[in-house]
Design a binder for this molecule. Structure first.
Ligand code: NI
Ligand code: MN
Length: 236
């Protein structure tokens, strides 16, 4: 009963599907064609209500165009990224920016800062993607899921912890492009969530981090909250 009826499916890298208690489906950073994932969306659900994209890099925009078209999903991202996806034929676009909250019935999406970059590379063109971000998703019963996107440590984690008190945190640990296990362990002491899901590691050799190392760096009460998911795993 960890998630009180909500479910989370991991597709490897930073790609997750959240299925809420009432059956709303939220896909985050939909790079399902990554090298470690074999599970398809339609093996899990037959609709995708929302697609959230944290920044413009290819490993996060991923398959948003194909999936968004197939399911007629609402795309939630920065104004720059939704604009770009509009030029690729997607039409249900909600571009927002850091600090904003979008409400859809009983679910809300709050965009928070991330310390990273966000250029979109489209063939030989580099397109500004606005600021990179993370999302706090508040589900029907108030459960808060914080997907951090790609980020290093930043001072704003303190107010995110205080104001939103996230229950579930999806945190990058791979290093090189994002924080590694040392920085992640520090961030988790600030955030103090009930469920910790490591992400953005082992997809390719340069981010070959070990979630067991993260556990070793955490105090015992946080250590047992780490849920190491393999691509294709379901947490409920
Ligand atoms: Ni990135
Ligand atoms: Mn990335």
């Amino acid at each position: 009963m960890l998630l009180k009826g909500h479910k989370i499916v991991y597709f490897g890298h930073s790609a997750f599907l959240v299925i809420s208690q009432k059956g709303k489906t939220i896909l985050i950073d939909p790079w399902l064609s990554n090298p470690v994932n074999k599970r398809t969306i339609d093996s899990v659900v037959n609709e995708v209500d929302f697609i959230l994209i944290t920044h413009g890099h290819g490993d996060h925009i991923g398959d948003a165009v194909d999936i968004g078209k197939k399911y007629n999903s609402e795309i939630i991202s920065t104004f720059e990224i939704t604009n770009y996806l509009g030029s690729k034929g997607l039409s249900r676009l909600s571009g927002m920016n850091i600090g904003g909250t979008l409400r859809r019935e009983e679910i809300s999406f709050t965009m928070v800062e991330a310390s990273h970059s966000s250029t979109i590379y489209d063939g030989d063109k580099a397109i500004p993607g606005g600021n990179p971000c993370g999302f706090i998703i508040t589900l029907e019963d108030g459960l808060k899921i914080y997907h951090m996107g790609d980020t290093g440590l930043f001072g704003g984690l303190n107010y995110i912890a205080e104001l939103y008190k996230p229950d579930v945190v999806m945190i990058p640990i791979g290093g090189h492009y994002t924080m590694g296990v040392v920085e992640a362990s520090y961030a988790l002491k600030i955030l103090n969530p009930s469920i910790i899901i490591p992400m953005h590691y082992k997809t390719f050799p340069v981010i070959d981090a070990d979630p067991e190392k993260l556990k070793e760096l955490l105090p015992s009460e946080l250590k047992e909250r780490v849920k190491v998911l393999k691509p294709g795993d379901l947490l409920e």
